[in-house]
Design a protein around this ligand. Structure first.
Ligand code: RRO
Length: 306
């Protein structure tokens, strides 16, 4: 299939930060390239400066998923360009670079740095953090997204995918602002904010970062509802994700309106989960005679029932 100018062997990609392709290549060698589980690869988030990430503990297991508070550890732009990009360019699939900035100018610098890189097929904008100048979470505010895209859009002809946060009142309004200001696609959901207390020290947060992001099956229903809500509002292509563990979960997201589905937390249990989900989805579609995503649900069908 074609998606944002990329040739994808199937509609399943990875969620940013959930599959370390460089470490997997070290562990599995070229066998990873021969059986790469995703149709495109989305990098971990890259920031302008190197970051250590949050103090440990960084993970808390839930009955149906986990909470992470990783805190964006990465080599920074220069380190990414020198160390990671050459290795990621060897992957047998199109590369999407995920970037995050704490100001519009930082994001502009990141987007400009990748604008002419032939190794990079598209950029995903992680807007789940506060703009330190306005105090507003960029991805939770339509005005922030509009202003951000007005700065970024002229900087590159590469597809810009806006990764929406579920931690806001109206993700569809944010998606509409992204569409009106030149985004090429949206991806959703990032993790849902959550926290856990230390098992033996009541009231003390377990995670070094205090709170974190919930992912896995626990957020599947949230993702389904938000994808449907966004699909009812915008015509942009959608990358849907949240708790996908099987072809049926992927199929559900496409029925909610996603064009492409991302597998995230499930890859920690099974590094080949992406390939399995893709195969199961293909089988479901073959058995149902469904070759393309069905039409999105009518607006009435997803109206709030409460
Ligand atoms: O690094 C993280 O802690 C993190 C990021 Br940037 C994100 O976008 N989503 C998430 O769950 N964790």
């Amino acid at each position: 299939m074609r998606f944002l100018g990329m040739d994808l062997a199937h509609p399943v990609i990875n969620a940013s930060g959930t599959f370390d392709a460089i470490a997997a290549r070290r562990a599995f060698g070229d066998a990873l390239l021969a059986r790469f589980p995703f149709a495109a690869f989305v990098t971990k988030t890259v920031t302008l400066e190197p970051r250590q990430g949050n103090p440990p503990p960084r993970l808390w297991e839930l009955p149906a998923g986990m909470i992470n508070s990783i805190g964006l550890p990465n080599r920074g732009l220069a380190g990414f360009l020198a160390h990671d990009l050459p290795r990621l360019a060897e992957l047998p699939v199109p590369l999407v670079v995920n970037v995050m900035g704490f100001t519009r100018e930082q994001l502009a610098e990141l987007v400009a740095a990748f604008a002419e890189r032939g190794e990079v097929a598209a950029l995903e904008l992680n807007v789940s953090c506060p703009n330190v100048e306005t105090g507003l979470v960029m991805g939770a505010d339509p005005g922030e997204i509009a202003a951000l895209l007005d700065v970024l859009r002229p900087l590159t002809g590469k597809p810009l995918i806006v990764k929406l946060t579920p931690n806001c009142t109206a993700p569809a309004e944010v998606a509409a602002a992204a569409e009106a200001h030149g985004a090429d696609a949206v991806s959703l959901v990032n993790t849902v904010r959550g926290m856990a207390f230390h098992p033996r020290r009541p009231g003390e947060p377990w995670l070094g970062g205090g709170t974190g992001g919930v992912s896995g099956p626990a957020v599947r229903a949230v993702a389904l509802a938000q994808v449907a809500e966004v699909r009812a509002r915008v015509a942009l292509p959608i990358v849907g994700m949240g708790g996908v563990q099987s072809g049926r979960h992927a199929r559900d997201l496409t029925q909610a309106g996603a064009d492409v589905v991302a597998v995230g937390t499930e890859s920690f249990r099974d590094p080949l989960a992406g390939a399995r989900v893709a195969a199961e989805l293909a089988e479901i579609r073959a058995n149902s005679g469904l070759t393309a995503p069905p039409r999105p649900p009518a607006r009435d069908a997803i109206a709030h029932k409460a």
